[in-house]
Write a protein that binds this ligand. Structure first.
Ligand SMILES: NC(=O)c1ccc[n+]([C@@H]2O[C@H](COP(=O)([O-])OP(=O)(O)OC[C@H]3O[C@@H](n4cnc5c(N)ncnc54)[C@H](O)[C@@H]3O)[C@@H](O)[C@H]2O)c1
Ligand SMILES: O=P(O)(O)OC[C@H](O)CO
Length: 328
């Protein structure tokens, strides 16, 4: 059972399959939902749609056949966008121990990724893989770090042994709730950071948003049963640093375009990749509301995305909040 099955052939699933092959994990299956695309990738040894110019090592077999992908697999990586995870899982009869590498909260049910997985596969050994990781850099073998968050210590160890290389440093921790909140919320804060820069509001404003965004994450992580300090790690602060500054972030670039006055529909129409913060913002806010947690930056992003506020109105709301003590 030394095979790794990667479910989802977007940029991140493809990069993780390349990383698993690089780590010597054994054979790697990369499952794509579209049979024609899977066949084209298997033949051309490239994911032209989502990760162009990076070749797939020979250990990787691309397939659209779920049973074939899982045959002999000792570990699965679930890398489909959060909103589509439940539907994709319905096509997989069984799963080996699984790490989820998606970042988001579902509009339907307001679920974190491991909650979606548990709904479909109760009792499955599972964890989260999350951190500041642009797919293209991991595919290129540039140095990066991430966490494997799971309460299952043996799974953490086994997955790290299969996937880590000196250039892909994997830390273990046992707070998957905190890791998921960090991964989901950073997408929303990155939209806010991009919008502030796009609107010309300056670097001071971005630094304030990122820092107060971290407090929002910490409050929610704690309220959902995780630890506040977890979000100061790779799946939280680390990912905020990357996505609130890196031009390669889709969430940041979407915010940037919004801040410059472009319409959301037009921005999305020009993309073939997922921008998780768009669906996650209102879901994250609703989940926080249900937990009694105040997330004013997530509320501002949500209001701008839904058209309930313009940038000026959303910023005005944030700036006119009552003075308070700093802290989470
Ligand atoms: N790209 C990155 O650098 C990166 C890094 C870390 C985490 N992630 C996370 O990984 C997840 C996947 O993102 P990505 O960047 O690999 O995707 P992507 O934007 O490269 O590709 C989109 C993916 O969504 C899938 N998809 C689209 N519509 C679908 C549907 N109706 N049903 C099922 N699948 C559908 C496509 O098949 C494709 O695999 C996201 O949660 C993202 O936040 C991405
Ligand atoms: O391009 P983004 O904004 O979806 O970010 C990708 C990864 O989540 C970065 O860690």
């Amino acid at each position: 059972m030394n095979k790794v099955a990667v479910i989802g052939a977007g940029a991140w699933g493809t990069a993780l399959a390349i990383q698993a092959a690089r780590a010597g994990a054994g054979p790697v299956a990369l499952w794509a939902r579209d049979a024609d695309r899977a066949a084209a990738m298997q033949q051309s040894r490239e994911n032209a749609a989502h990760l162009p110019g990076r070749s797939l090592p020979e250990e990787i077999e691309v397939t659209a056949d779920a049973e074939r992908a899982l045959d002999g697999a000792g570990l699965a990586l679930l890398v489909v966008p959060a909103q589509h995870m439940a539907a994709v899982l319905a096509g997989f009869p069984s799963l080996p121990p699984t790490l989820v590498a998606a970042k988001g909260v579902t509009r339907d049910g307001l679920r974190l990724p491991l909650e979606t997985l548990a709904l479909r596969r109760p009792g499955l050994r599972s964890g989260i893989l999350s951190g500041p990781n642009f797919a293209v850099e991991v595919a290129d073998g540039l140095p990066a770090a991430a966490v494997i968050a799971s309460t299952d210590a043996a799974l953490r160890e086994d997955a790290a042994a299969r996937l880590a290389t000196p250039g892909f440093r994997l830390y273990g921790q046992d707070d998957p709730v905190g890791a998921q909140v960090g991964g989901a919320a950073k997408n929303v804060i990155a939209i806010a950071a991009g919008a502030v820069i796009g609107a010309g509001l300056g670097e001071n404003a971005r630094a304030a948003l990122v820092t107060r965004g971290l407090s929002e994450m910490a409050r929610l992580a704690q309220a959902l049963g995780g630890r506040a300090e977890t979000v100061s790690g790779l799946s939280g602060l680390g990912d905020l640093l990357l996505t609130c500054t890196g031009a390669g972030s889709r969430n940041f670039s979407l915010g940037l375009a919004l801040g410059r006055g472009e319409a959301l529909a037009a921005i999305l129409a020009g993309r073939n990749s997922v921008t998780e913060g768009v669906a996650t913002a209102p879901a994250l806010l609703a989940r926080a509301d249900a937990a009694g947690v105040d997330m004013p930056i997530a509320a501002a992003v949500s209001a701008v995305l839904s058209g309930q506020a313009d940038m000026a109105g959303a910023m005005g709301n944030l700036l006119s909040r009552p003075r308070r003590h700093e802290g989470i």
